[in-house]
Design a protein around this ligand. Structure first.
Ligand code: PMP
Length: 397
């Protein structure tokens, strides 16, 4: 690649998804930092969007990957061959999940977990409709995209799935006015891409009551909130609710690509009969990814006290008190600092990068700054990040 600069080769060969790619070149990453080829260090304030919760280069995860590499990589399409790493992951997750969530379908990504769960809900209930929340994000494949209310992102791909009924998060009246009997209600408990809007307990209880009275399943998408990010292993633990189907991804794989939909065994069984092969994947439950995920789950549970997620949330909230920050929304280390407008946020992101702080905005809240660092972030690093943000706001008119 000597005849190309990295930047032009990147732009020429890598499919672009925006007209203004970030173009930050990173050579390696360790702990809570990402390091450029020239040695410049960037504090990771977003964890590759809520993936690197254990920081970069976690030793237990790397050891697990290396050990599994020595034994075997891919063997056969999902679900046929008995493989220890998959069963070990089921055991590790089983220890931290409610008893009824005892059957696991391991897939390759968050979107695929959403797809699998939607198919499972349709098969189990023999219904076709879904209730989804306005401004939710569940993924980019066409089933998951059907759950996206925002026409800017979905209109060009229509027709998508029919019978999707959108309601505003926390709008109990709208919920009570739904006339269809859906296969499932799909929801996040913190709508990250909306700028970390939290579901209220009243709303979640109303959703559960709606599901009970209509026979709909409750699918909770914890792809971004899971694995400790909101201060408990799963966000649903903070609500008096348990999902019928739980969706996991992102941090689950400890940095490897990994998703899962989790349901009671009696429910999941419908995928295996008449017709068989209700969901097929070649790479889902990849042994190396499962080994990494098992280590990630163990690391998260064993070290959870040490991470002090709630105390770090409070430190962020204290240090981010500033007249130009309208609100800090969210829970645990899934936070959004809401600013005056999109331009302020974009300028702040650019400034922070020059100072060595790597952050981002949100899909439906471009005026809000994304704060989702590794759970291993230190107090000094939080202080450095917040000082950088406050410095910018002090000097910006
Ligand atoms: N659900 C939620 C809540 C997400 O945040 C995301 C990814 N941002 C997804 C689903 C889709 O996951 P993936 O990008 O791995 O397909």
């Amino acid at each position: 690649m000597n005849h190309h600069s990295n930047r032009s080769w990147f732009l020429q060969t890598m499919a672009q998804t925006s007209d203004a790619p970030l173009m930050l070149e990173i050579e390696r990453a360790e702990g809570n930092w990402m390091i450029a080829p020239d040695g410049k260090r960037y504090l990771d304030l977003i964890s590759g969007i809520s993936v690197s919760s254990l920081g970069h280069g976690n030793k237990a995860v790397i050891d697990a990957v290396q050990q599994q590499l020595q034994k075997h990589m891919h063997l056969m399409v999902y679900g046929e061959v008995v493989q220890q790493p998959q069963m070990q992951l089921a055991e590790a997750l089983g220890k931290v999940l409610p008893e009824h969530l005892n059957n696991f379908y391991f897939v390759n990504s968050g979107s695929e977990a959403v797809e699998g769960a939607m198919k499972l809900a349709k098969r189990f209930t023999r219904r076709s409709g879904f209730v989804a929340q306005l401004d939710a994000y569940h993924g980019s494949t066409q089933g998951a995209l059907s759950l996206m209310s925002n026409p800017y992102y979905s209109d060009n791909y229509k027709p998508l799935l029919p019978d999707i009924h959108f309601i505003g998060m926390n709008d109990i009246e709208a919920l009570n006015n739904i006339e269809i009997k859906p296969a499932a209600v799909v929801m996040e408990l913190v709508q990250a891409e909306r700028g970390c809007l939290q579901a209220t307990q009243e709303y979640v209880s109303a959703v559960k009551a709606f599901c009970k009275s209509t026979g709909a399943l409750l699918i909770i998408d914890e792809i971004q909130t899971g694995l400790g990010r909101t201060g408990t292993m799963f966000a649903f633990e903070q609500y008096q609710v348990e999902p019928d189907i739980l969706l996991l991804g992102k941090a689950l794989g400890g940095g490897m690509p990994m998703g899962a939909f989790v349901a009671p065994k009696y429910m999941m069984e419908v995928l295996s009969v008449n017709p068989v092969l209700g969901h097929i994947t070649t790479f889902g439950g990849h042994p190396v990814c499962c080994a990494a995920a098992t280590a990630a789950v163990h690391q998260t549970t064993d070290r959870f006290q040490e991470f002090e997620v709630s105390r770090k949330e409070q430190l962020f909230r204290t240090l981010l008190q500033h007249p130009k920050i309208k609100a800090v929304e969210g829970k645990g280390l899934l936070l959004a600092a809401h600013l005056k407008d999109e331009k302020t946020c974009r300028d702040l992101i650019s400034y922070a990068l020059t100072q060595g702080v790597f952050t981002d905005w949100f899909l439906y809240a471009p005026h809000a700054l994304r704060i989702a660092p590794p759970l291993t972030i230190t107090d000094e690093e939080i202080t450095f990040a917040c000082e950088t943000i406050v410095n910018f706001l002090n000097f910006q008119d």
